[in-house]
Design a protein around this ligand. Structure first.
Ligand code: HPA
Length: 236
């Protein structure tokens, strides 16, 4: 079975729930450290996907790539052609709010974006799209059970990482109430809405646009355990 971007020997290899980090190497890290009985499902264009078991539950982890066009393609194909019902993005974000510290964990209840993705793809006029409420509830219950503090908030899905004016984030924060920025959730939420599927997003603060503090790439790869544990527990 092959779609333009995913190739598998057996499409039943995908679990109903997919955890989706941006970085395919983080998918590998999660599979190697948290899942048992792991099989590699996809490696087309190095967008690795692995299926394994977490406390008896079949779960797939697959990289989404960076940005809305990339997660838009992969999540659409997973939902539409591989019978995936739930995608939980696990990513990093830049803090817009001065109250957020590095490594704080955010559950993105909804995502604001100026992206044309939802309008062009599905003629949606909304610039704010919600996560699926029962997945948000599941993530919150898991966080509580694991005793990990989380912030439920609106985030900004941006198309731009590097920009001329470092200060424009304040406008988005103050006008739309976004506490942090990433680059994928809005497209994921749009796909889930259109296809009648479920999606949510959990993020760790990797840098702050307010204080300019940042984590290193190495820390980003390995030290997001709290967020992964919440997502895995919720997926279970
Ligand atoms: N901008 C966009 N996406 C991000 C950032 C950022 O500053 N940090 C982590 N993901």
């Amino acid at each position: 079975m092959a779609t333009p971007h995913i190739e598998v020997n057996d499409k039943e290899l995908f679990g109903k729930t997919v955890l989706m980090p941006g970085d395919p190497l983080r998918a590998k890290f999660i599979a190697e450290n948290y899942l048992t009985d792991v099989k590699m499902v996809n490696q087309v264009r190095n967008m690795f996907a692995y299926t394994g078991y977490y406390q008896g539950k079949k779960i797939t982890v697959m990289g989404s790539g960076m940005g809305m066009p990339s997660i838009g393609i992969y999540s659409f194909e997973l939902f539409k052609f591989f019978k995936v019902d739930n995608i939980i993005r696990i990513g990093s974000c830049g803090a817009y709010s001065p109250e957020l510290k590095l490594y704080d964990v955010i559950i993105a209840e909804d995502a604001y974006s100026e992206s044309s993705y939802a309008k062009v793809a599905y003629d949606y006029d909304e610039n704010i799209l919600p996560a699926t409420p029962h997945l948000v509830t599941a993530l919150n219950s898991s966080a509580e059970k694991l005793n990990i503090p989380v912030v439920n908030a609106r985030i900004h899905s941006s198309d731009v990482f590097y920009r001329n004016h470092g200060d424009v984030f304040r406008d988005v924060r103050d006008k739309f109430g976004c506490v942090a920025v990433e680059m994928e959730s809005f497209a994921l939420y749009a796909n889930a809405k259109f296809l009648g599927k479920n999606s949510a997003c959990i993020l760790t603060v990797s840098d702050s646009l307010v204080t300019r503090e940042e984590t290193t790439a190495k820390e980003r790869q390995t030290s997001f355990n709290k967020m992964m544990e919440i997502a895995l527990d919720a997926a279970r």
